[in-house]
Design a protein around this ligand. Structure first.
Ligand code: NAD
Ligand code: GLY
Length: 361
């Protein structure tokens, strides 16, 4: 892969941080050392990513007391019990409050390691080294960390921003096609929320992206990070417009929880959720069906599902959607679309119409 390095800044005052995007960044000791204050570093990874990249990262960190903890792989292990293992490692190695956690992996590792950093001795530093497309464009940026509960996705967690994000695009070469497509779902999301030009670019370049063309990948990751960084800078703690980043997620989380964590990939559930939000927006008379067609076409061309799983009944989806962080005073809120690049968070819809829309699948 040719070397393309870009840096996007997440502007949060004295907690601002850079997202470094490029090929071969994983090995660069300077990218780590300029951010780490103490001498102790714990790399948190998982059993799939560690054999691929852990040694390169620990070598880059050889100037520190560097230890590692390797978690089991998969969404079904994003639990409080597995999370506990990170503290066992921190305490076993007598790590102090000056230590730093490095999260090496996809969104599951990043969310769990970040939540451990938010909690250990009431908060320590951490660095995100995302290795999936989904993590490079979304989960490593913005400071949302946490674990799942059997009754609801990401229901336990904290906001805790990293010191920096090191997104090595070369790591995407070992990702399988299904996981790459899952990441594209979150990329499409940014175009729909407020970046219609990016959506149009994706329509023209989706084949290049799926073929892992280095320039197309670097552009899509940078643009996604810019879009996300802008929203996070304006509303870090999601009191307002940050909720727009959850387009497709209320439907998607219901699919993930309903099917059993890990059955549908997060990005696949979000893709179907985006199409469901588009369908309901048309039913509400807020968006025209030509825009809905463009959305479904792009999702389909990205090798992603455009409908919820047949095994999940409408009533079950309704029940699961009621356990969502956007529910306010008992009222469900959804991110809906007024067009491509025009999204709103709203509770102004009829639940009966929502049920009918779900039943129509
Ligand atoms: P994941 O972390 O499960 O990674 C997907 C799979 O790819 C795993 O099997 C993993 O081990 C493997 N993998 C990772 N990097 C690899 C590489 N370079 N080569 C080969 N295999 C590799 O899933 P994900 O899609 O990265 O993340 C999904 C998670 O992110 C969900 O739990 C979701 O809730 C969370 N998320 C969080 C935020 C946030 O803002 N914090 C945003 C979006 C999603
Ligand atoms: N992925 C949603 C957010 O970061 O707010």
């Amino acid at each position: 892969m040719q070397r393309i390095t870009k840096t996007v800044e997440v502007d949060l005052g004295d907690r601002s941080y850079p997202i470094h995007i490029g090929a071969g960044l994983l090995d660069d000791p300077e990218l780590y050392t300029r951010h780490i204050c103490g001498r102790q570093v714990l790399v948190v990874s998982n059993e799939v990513v560690a054999p691929l990249y852990l040694e390169r990262v620990t070598t880059a960190l050889s100037g520190f007391q560097c230890e590692a903890v390797v978690l089991p792989d998969g969404e079904k292990f994003k639990t409080l019990e597995v999370w506990q293992g990170v503290f066992d490692a921190l305490l076993r190695h007598r790590f102090s409050r000056q230590c730093t956690i490095v999260a090496l992996g996809g969104g599951v590792v990043g969310d769990m390691a970040g939540f451990a950093a938010a909690s250990y001795q009431r908060g320590i530093n951490f660095i995100q080294v995302p290795t999936t497309l989904l993590a490079q464009v979304d989960s490593s940026v913005g400071g949302k960390t946490g674990v799942n509960h059997p009754l609801g996705k990401n229901m336990i967690g904290a906001f805790h921003q990293p010191l920096c994000v090191i997104a090595d695009t070369e790591t995407l070469n070992t990702l399988d096609d299904r996981q790459l497509s899952a990441g594209v779902a979150e990329v499409i999301k940014y175009g729909l929320i407020n970046d219609p030009e990016f959506f149009a670019w994706l329509e023209d370049n989706i084949s290049l992206l799926l073929a892992r063309d280095p320039e197309a990948l670097a552009f899509a990751i940078e643009r996604s990070c810019i879009d996300k960084a802008n929203v996070v800078a304006a509303d870090e703690l999601e009191v307002g417009q940050r909720a727009l980043l959850n387009l497709g997620h209320t439907f998607g989380h219901a699919i993930e929880t309903g099917m059993g964590y890990g059955e549908w990939l997060h990005g696949e559930a979000v893709a179907a959720g985006i199409c469901m939000a588009a369908r309901f927006s048309v039913v509400q008379g807020w968006m025209n069906s030509k825009d809905e067609r463009r959305i479904i076409d792009l999702v389909d061309r990205s090798q992603l599902p455009t409908k919820p799983p047949g095994a999940l009944q409408a009533e079950k989806i309704m029940e699961l959607m009621a356990v969502d962080k956007k529910v306010l005073d008992g009222r469900l809120r959804l991110v809906l679309l007024q067009g491509i690049g025009k999204s709103v968070v709203t509770d102004r819809f009829d639940l009966g119409q929502l049920r009918n829309t779900l039943n129509s699948y």
